[in-house]
Structures are given as structure tokens and as C-alpha cells.
Design a protein around this ligand. Structure first.
Ligand SMILES: C[S@@+](CC[C@H](N)C(=O)[O-])C[C@H]1O[C@@H](n2cnc3c(N)ncnc32)[C@H](O)[C@@H]1O
Length: 511
């Protein structure tokens, strides 16, 4: 193992994920719903940006200036290459947290984000991060942080420990981390097949191990096989962040804002009787068996008056980002699947079906004819946002500035899609963030940018790219062998894309 890693898995790169919770624009609606003042984000920072997809998308799609670090030099080099292609005002370094935290050229930040970091680093690094937040997060600034939580890991933590021990003791270093992971999962499987008392006491563990087998090995390496892996109770987190003068603001997971999806009425009244906000969160974590928290913390929490809250909520701009006709009125909350009331949700979705950004106030007026009141509207918007069908939209003058950068970033990402399906997001200057767009749709857009107007032409363009690399389409687990079959599959995909996704992509100014 290299010595700069501090026990962190560094021999396989991290996945090329995008995390919309890191988009500062998302803070606003969550804070407004909770009745809390939110900051204007001028300077933002991401600690441990991985391959830097989120950092690069947010840097190009907003007018904030972004800073960040990730000590893995291959990942930082990739992130810097993408940043250079977009021309965004971002400074992405390959420094370890302690080195980065003591740079003397950093501004004070309105926003600091860490996704998938906290549970996988040593206490020394946690202290470095808390000290950094204490010194560098502005008053009124927001921290977004996600972390593995108890009690959700209570049953699985001993198995994770056993698997890493197996990888260390029985796995041979020379075979690489991926082989050691396979060996460790296989071993855990065999252990459970002997019906140990442990699995009788923890019957869900076997299911969890079989899910591991289906997951991306690079993800598993970083999630489970680090030296440090510490799920943390909410109350412990609170004590860690206290020296940085942070207060818990609200969940960054919008579904958590609508408790009827997550808690029975008995649980809600039990919680409401608890006077302490922090203790409420600890108790709630037992109710939902919380495994992973995504939270906003703020330096100096200030409540909005109800007048300010209602005025600012009505000014919040939103845009539909999914094909209207494909939206199914069901959501999976902690209590299971919930059917959404068509009489409320359909008029709201219809009001946004032209894919034009509207304020909540405008939507309120449109749906008033359907007897939908503002609190029903707000709850529905939070639910549809949690489902991933609605995004906050930024002001047009900001989108117009950002579009110059997102165009360059997207051009770069689409070129990469010719040889890889690893990055399945493009940047929208309207939402200030990333939108899921897979490899073939990215290549259809590339064809469009090269003047090809019809879906058939896009399909041919993609097929040429695939044949040049000896690639074929796999459909329902079967490889399509003939050129005709590949082409007709691509034409079908291109036609559906033209009908469903392209109008949204245009509305989001991705092209
Ligand atoms: C689980 S990954 C998450 C990456 C990214 N935030 C994401 O969610 O896609 C954790 C990242 O933290 C980086 N990292 C871990 N310890 C670090 C340290 N001490 N200094 C800087 N980066 C670190 C790793 O290189 C890795 O890319």
C-alpha cells in the first residue's frame, strides 16, 4: 500500500458518480420548507471529490467558484482535465485534507460539501475537517455531509469487519483488491451457509450479502474495505460538529421532509412529544432504522418569520425534468409504497408539463382551479422532487452565464462517451447541476451537434462508433450479433430519445 493513503483504498479508482445533494441550489427549498434562512453561495468547496464529476458539473453550471481536493492523484488528474475542458472557475487539488486545509489562498466558503467521506476516514482526519469548517465556513454558511449511521449498520458491521479481516489475512495482496473482495464475500457466504447463531440473531444479513455480489466492485472497495469504517450515531455527529459551531438544519433527502411517507401517525406523535430537536433525530433514526444520513448543518441557524417563509417559498423556481407521461404516481418511503393522490399530483405535473421553469407562486395560481391549497402543493413538490422528477431552477441571467461553460463541459463529456459509459450525466445551466443521460443518448446528442437531424442518422452515427471498437449492444442479457439488429435497436432508442428526452434536454439547455 502507498503511504499517502492513510489506510484509504487507493489501488482502484472511485466510480464516476454524480450526487445532486452536492448541488448548493438544492439547499434553498429544503431550508425554506424547514423555515430556515439560507445563504447565497459565492464560494463553494467539496472535500474528497472522487473523480470530480459533481464538482465539475456544479462549477460549470453555476456562477459560484468551486474549490476541492481529493488526495488520489489519478482521480485529481482526471478531475483537473475535465475542469480545463469546461473552462470553469474551479480549483481542484490532489492534496490530503490536512495539506489542503492549510493553503493560504483559499477564500471563506458559503458552502462546504462532503459526500461519502466522513465514515471512511480516521479521527485525525475528522478533526482536520472540523477545524477547517470552523475556520473556513462563513457565518450563515452550510455544510452538506453524508455518513453511515447507526442503528442501521448494527447487524451488518460485524460481517464487514470479518470480510476486511479475511481480505487482510487470507487474501493475498498481490492478487489485487477486487480479487480479495470476491474472496471475502464468498467466505461470508460460506460462513452463513453453516447456519451460525449470528445469522439466526440477524436474519437479514444473508440478504445483504447477496446484494453485495451485484454491486460495482470499485464501489465496494471504497465502501467496505478501507482501514477506517465508522458508522456514527447522529448524536455523536452533533458532538463532532459542535466545535465548528454548526447546528443541524434539516435533511438533504427531500423524502425525509414528508413524514407520512416514513413514519406511522403513532410514531409521529411519539416524536413530536420530544422537546429536543437533536434527540428527536436520534429517535427518528431508530424508527426508520437509519443507515445513511444526508444532512445540512448551518453555522448560525436563523428562523424565517412565517411571512418571509411564505413569500420566499412562492418565489422558488422549479422545473420538470422527467417525461410527464412516464411519471407513475407512486413513491417508496420508509413505510413502503405509497399511492399519490391523482387529484393533487396530476394538475401539478400538468402545470409543469411544458418544461418551462415556474415559481411555486405561479404553480399555486394554475392549480387553484383544482382546489389544491398551498400546503398540499408544497408537500407534493417535495415528494416529486424526492422522486427525482422536479429540480430547482436558477435565475435566467445565471443560466445564461453558466451555459457557456456547460456547453464546453458537455461537449467534453459527450466525446468521452464514444469510448466509455462511465459518466452518465451532463450539466444543465438551468438546474445548476447534473442530469442523468446515458451513453447512447449522449452520443445521439453528439450526432445532433454535428448537424445530423434525424434519429436514423444518430443511430448510424452511434453504430459506426461501436463497430470501430468491436462493440455490440447487449439487450436483455443477450448480445445482438448482426449489424441489422444493432442498428434497428439503436434506431428505436434514438426515436424514443427524440420523443421523450430531447425536449427536456433542450428545456434544460443541455444543448
Ligand atoms: C468514497 S469516495 C467518495 C468520492 C466522492 N465524494 C463521491 O461521492 O463520488 C472517498 C474519496 O475521498 C478521498 N479521500 C479519502 N481520504 C482523503 C484524505 N485524507 N484527503 C483527501 N482525500 C481523501 C478518496 O481518494 C476518495 O476519492
Amino acid at each position: 500500500m502507498n503511504d499517502w493513503t492513510a489506510g484509504y483504498v487507493a489501488d482502484v479508482g472511485y466510480t464516476y458518480g454524480y450526487y445532486l445533494e452536492l448541488n448548493p441550489l438544492r439547499i434553498k427549498l429544503a431550508f425554506l420548507n424547514a423555515g430556515i434562512q439560507f445563504p447565497k453561495v459565492g464560494h463553494a468547496c467539496e472535500l474528497g471529490f472522487g473523480q470530480g464529476i459533481s464538482a465539475n458539473i456544479h462549477a460549470s453550471a453555476s456562477v459560484s467558484s468551486w474549490f476541492g481536493t481529493d488526495f488520489n492523484p489519478s482521480q485529481a488528474a482526471f478531475a483537473q482535465e475535465v475542469a480545463a475542458a469546461s473552462g470553469a472557475d474551479s480549483k481542484l487539488y490532489d492534496q490530503a485534507f490536512d495539506e489542503f486545509a492549510h493553503r493560504d489562498d483559499l477564500p471563506d466558503f458559503d458552502y462546504i460539501g462532503l459526500h461519502g467521506i466522513w465514515s471512511w476516514i480516521s479521527d485525525d482526519n475528522k478533526h482536520i475537517i472540523v477545524d477547517f469548517i470552523k475556520r473556513k465556513l462563513k457565518v450563515g454558511g452550510v455544510l452538506y455531509i453524508s455518513y453511515n449511521t447507526q442503528p442501521g449498520w448494527a447487524a451488518f458491521a460485524p460481517i464487514r469487519h470479518l470480510m476486511t479481516e479475511h481480505a487482510e489475512i487470507l487474501g493475498s495482496e498481490g492478487r489485487g483488491i477486487i480479487n480479495r473482495i470476491d474472496g471475502a464475500i464468498d467466505f461470508a457466504d460460506k460462513l452463513l451457509a453453516t447456519n451460525p447463531m449470528f445469522s439466526k440473531a440477524n436474519p437479514l444479513v444473508a440478504e445483504r450479502i447477496s446484494k453485495l455480489k451485484q454491486q460495482n466492485k470499485h464501489y465496494l472497495a471504497h465502501e467496505y474495505f478501507n482501514r477506517d469504517w465508522h458508522p456514527m450515531h447522529f448524536a455523536t455527529m452533533y458532538h463532532w460538529l459542535e466545535p465548528a459551531k454548526l447546528q443541524y438544519a434539516c435533511s438533504a433527502n427531500y423524502a425525509d421532509h414528508v413524514e407520512i411517507l416514513n413514519l406511522t401517525s403513532e410514531q409521529q406523535s411519539f416524536l413530536n412529544e420530544i422537546p429536543d430537536r437533536m434527540f428527536q433525530q436520534s429517535v427518528r433514526d431508530f424508527m426508520v432504522n437509519q443507515q445513511f444520513r444526508k444532512d445540512y448543518w448551518v453555522k448560525g441557524l436563523r428562523k424565517l418569520t412565517s411571512l418571509e417563509q411564505s413569500e420566499q417559498l412562492r418565489q422558488q423556481k422549479l422545473i420538470l425534468i422527467s417525461h410527464r407521461a412516464d411519471i407513475v404516481l407512486k413513491i417508496n418511503g420508509n413505510l413502503g409504497e405509497a399511492e399519490l393522490t391523482a387529484a393533487i399530483y396530476n394538475p401539478i405535473l400538468d402545470a409543469l408539463a411544458d418544461y418551462k421553469a415556474k415559481t411555486l407562486g405561479q404553480i399555486e395560481q394554475i392549480v387553484a382551479a383544482h382546489n389544491i391549497n398551498f400546503s398540499q402543493l408544497l408537500q407534493a413538490i417535495l415528494v416529486i422532487t424526492a422522486m427525482g422528477h422536479i429540480s430547482a431552477a436558477q435565475d435566467e441571467n445565471i443560466s445564461a452565464k453558466a451555459k457557456k461553460l456547460t456547453d464546453k463541459l458537455n461537449a467534453d463529456l459527450m466525446m468521452r462517451a464514444r469510448s466509455s459509459s462511465e459518466i452518465s450525466y451532463l450539466a444543465s445551466p438551468v438546474t445548476g447541476g447534473g442530469i442523468a443521460i446515458g451513453r447512447f443518448p449522449q452520443l445521439f446528442l453528439l450526432a445532433l451537434s454535428q448537424g445530423k437531424k434525424q434519429p436514423e442518422e444518430w443511430a448510424k452515427f452511434v453504430w459506426q462508433i461501436l463497430t470501430a471498437q468491436g462493440q455490440k449492444i447487449v439487450k436483455n442479457g443477450q448480445t445482438l450479433e448482426s449489424a441489422e439488429d444493432n442498428l434497428s435497436e439503436l434506431i428505436e432508442q434514438a426515436q424514443t430519445f427524440a420523443l421523450k428526452q430531447l425536449p427536456i434536454i433542450k428545456a434544460l439547455q443541455i444543448v
